[in-house]
Design a protein around this ligand. Sequence first.
Ligand code: GLY
Ligand code: MN
Ligand code: MN
Length: 472
Amino acid sequence: MSTGSSDTIAQATEEDAAKTPVTNRKQPFPRGFLDTISTGWAERPESLPAPRAQAPYAAARRDKVSAAFPGKRLVIPAGSLKQRSNDTDYPFRAHSAFAHLTGWAADAEPDSVLVFAPTDAGHDVTLYFRERADRTTTEFYADATVGEFWIGPRPSLAGVAADLAVATDHLHAFVPASGDVTLEDAELAQFVSELRLVKDEFEIAEMRRAVDITAQGFDDIIRALPDAASHTRGERVVEGVFHRRAREDGNGEGYDTIAASGPHACYLHWTRNDGTVVPGDLILVDAGVEADSLYTADITRTLPVNGTFSEVQRRVYETVREAADAAFAAAKIGVPFRTVHEAAMQVIATRVAEWGVLPVTAEEALDADAGGQHRRYMVHGTSHHLGIDVHDCAQARREMYYDGILEPGMVFTIEPGLYFQIDDLTVPEELRGIGVRIEDDIVMTADGPVNLSAGIPRTADEVEAWIARVQA
Ligand code: GLY
Ligand code: MN
Ligand code: MN
C-alpha cells in the first residue's frame, strides 16, 4: 500500500483536511478527528535492548567490507516494498547483503540504507531508516503503509542502534552522492556475495535452526498425507501444511514449496501444486523454512503416498541415495566444490547405463565435451551454496564457487535426483512418471562434512518406517 507520503512530518492541522486525498472510498478527515487524534495517547518509555546475538558477527563482516573498499562511500540498500497489485504489496524481505551486514532481518524496515562513509581510519558506518513518526504527525494516523496507527509499533533510532550495535540516523538525513558505490557495482556485489561463502558460527547455528523447523514441517506433511490424498488439490494441502509450520516457527518459506506428486515430480520447478496426491505414487516435496534471521533450509524428500515404495520406485530411490552418499563422501576439505557434483554424476551415469537407458556407455556419457546423455534424467546441479539466500553467494566468481575449494564453514546442498518424464520414450514404461530427489544441507567442518538434515530419514527403509511412525 504505497502512499508516497511517508516522509511527511507535520502537525495535524485543519489544513490536513484539504491535503487528504479524496478518493471514491475515502472521506477527508473532518475537523473533529484532526483536533483529537494526536492527543490522549500514553507515553511510551523506551528501555533499550542489549545487542542481539548477531551484532558482533555483523560488525566483523562490515570490517571486512570496509577494509576491501578504502576511501569509497558504500551504500547498501535494504530495498523497498514491491507492489503486488493496486494498493497491495508483497511482504517485505530485506536484501540479503543488507541483512548480512546489519543483522537486521525479518524485522528490517523497508527503504533503509547502510552507508559506509570513508574516514582516514576506514569507514564510519551508519544505518539510515525511517524512524517512527510522532503521534502529532499526519504519518501516524494517515499513512496506511508506515503509520503506526495502521501497521503497529515501529522502531526508534535509539532502539535500533542499541539492538544492532550500529550508529543510526533518520532516512531523510541520507543524501545520495554521485560517487556512491552501491550493489549495482559488480565489484561490491561480488565481494559481499563471496563474503558469505564461509559461514560464521552464528550463521551455522541459524542453519541448524532452519533445518530443525523444516524437519518438523516434513513430519506435519506426512501426518497430512491421508488428507492430501482425499482432496482434489492434495498438493496444495501439502504446501499449506508446510506453510503453517514455516510461518508459525520461522519467517516463512525460503522459496516457493514444490509439492510434486506422481509425474509432476519430474518438473523441477513444479510450484503450481494444484494436482492430486494419489496412493501408489511418489510425492516429491522440496521445502525449506526461513528462520527469522533469514537463513533458510533447502530440503527435499520423496515419499511414497501410501507409505511403501514399489519395487521400481525403490530402485530409482536407492540409486539417487547412492549418488547422494557418493557426493557426501567426496566432500572433503581442500577439494574443489565441483568434485561433489562429479561424484554424484558418476553414480547416476553408471546406473542409468546399466538399466539400458543410455545410447552410449557410462564412460562416454561422462565425457565432459562429447557426453552428457545421462543429464536428460538429472539436468540440474548436485550442489549449491546455501544460507541467507537459498542459492547463496550467487555473484561469487566461478573460481570461488564451482571451481572453489571446500573449506570449513561452507554450507551447501547435496541434491541428486532422477526424473523420468511421463512421455519420455527413451525409458522403459515402468520408469515413466517417476521422479525422485533427495536433498540434504551440509556444513563443512575441519573433520569433514556434517549433514545438518541427517535427522530427517533418508533411506527407503527409513522413509517407510518414518511414515509408519508419524501416521501411527
Ligand atoms: N529448492 C531449490 C533448490 O533445491 O535448489
Ligand atoms: Mn537446493
Ligand atoms: Mn531444494
